[in-house]
Design a protein around this ligand. Structure first.
Ligand SMILES: C[S@@+](CC[C@H](N)C(=O)[O-])C[C@H]1O[C@@H](n2cnc3c(N)ncnc32)[C@H](O)[C@@H]1O
Length: 317
């Protein structure tokens, strides 16, 4: 054993003297968050460590890997980890920014590229036949990076975002892509999207984790643009709002909560951990995100960290 841990007191002697006084335990509340049971057991609902995050990341990796292994994709072999590897092996420089990772059968997994893998798998059929992609609100560019290095058939990738975030995406993408890949991207300010109108035929438009944070009227403008200029639309956003108390968030800044509750297309406050409420909210979501003259092509629940998000692909009628 590592010498750092070599002194050997009996652990439970230490626990019962240092951190758990069972004589003082209150039987009516000992299982509440932060009370005695969090030391009697090995968990607490609120944890300062990265244990839950990494457990979910690992579990989500396993879930997506299994789905890909069961699919018709032309995998070289079908061992654990080969499903994720189908996409991840093509994405160079995944660790810029130094994210926390887990090792899933020799795939080094970070949340960003795991989510990108889930999204590419869901969209594989459409991406394979696409030439032009529009991504609205791409953040630093995890999905753009992943798609460009996995689907060589795509020759134009348009990113529309806020100017400050576009600057970050330009720096990030110039580090992870080679020159020829980088030249496929058009970085367009959210103020200038109208300039694209009528000048471009987009195969698929993508919005992830973003319309839910944007003013409703702006989102409706984007949906109108998509309806006129795109063949497919993919959304992965939250199906509703939730009360921060539900997940024991104690926010100090009430104005941010109020603003967040007012953004996007799905503003009903729901219990995001109640299947009945989730079912109803998903139906409303599918209807609200549908651009005019589009129909739902396929949809599925999200897993891991994003249970109250929903994936939906719409197709022009
Ligand atoms: C939470 S991030 C999600 C980033 C990325 N889609 C992902 O999943 O990693 C939200 C993104 O929406 C962008 N955004 C906010 N307002 C916007 C607007 N009016 N038009 C376009 N993008 C916007 C933000 O700049 C940011 O890139």
């Amino acid at each position: 054993m590592n010498s750092k841990f070599s002194t050997s007191n009996n652990l439970w002697d230490l626990v019962l003297t240092d951190s758990l006084d069972l004589k003082q335990l209150d039987i009516d509340s000992f299982r509440q968050i932060g009370r005695d049971n969090c030391r009697l057991g090995t968990w607490d609902a609120i944890d300062q460590s990265s244990r839950y995050y990494k457990s979910l990341l690992y579990s989500n990796a396993e879930n997506i890997d299994r789905q890909i292994l069961k699919s018709e994709l032309p995998l070289e072999s079908k061992k654990n980890g080969d499903g994720l590897r189908y996409y991840l092996k093509n994405i160079r420089n995944q660790n810029i920014g130094n994210p926390p990772t887990v090792n899933y059968f020799n795939n080094e997994i970070s949340i960003d590229y795991l989510l990108s893998t889930e999204e590419m798998f869901f969209l594989d059929d459409v991406l394979k036949k696409s030439k032009t992609v529009l991504e609205i609100g791409a953040g630093f560019g995890r999905l753009s990076h992943s798609i460009i290095q996995n689907f060589e058939n795509i020759d134009r990738y348009i990113i529309v975002d806020l100017d400050e975030v576009l600057d970050l995406a330009k720096i990030y993408m110039s580090k992870v892509l080679n020159e020829q890949e980088f030249s496929k991207i058009d970085f367009i300010s959210h103020k200038s999207i109208k300039e694209l109108e009528g000048n471009v035929r987009i195969d698929i438009s993508i919005n992830i984790d973003s319309f839910q944070e944007i003013d409703e009227s702006v989102v409706l403008d984007y949906l109108q643009f998509i309806s006129k200029n795109s063949n497919y639309f993919y959304t992965k956003n939250a199906i509703g709002k939730y009360d921060p108390d539900l997940v024991d968030i104690k926010l100090k800044n009430n104005s941010q909560i109020k603003s967040a509750l007012n953004m996007g297309l799905c503003k009903d406050i729901i219990n995001i951990f109640d299947s009945n409420e989730i079912q109803k909210a998903r139906l409303i979501y599918l209807e609200r995100f549908c651009p005019s003259n589009f129909i739902v092509s396929k949809h599925e629940a999200c897993f891991g960290q994003y249970l109250y998000y929903y994936s939906a692909l719409y197709e022009h009628k």
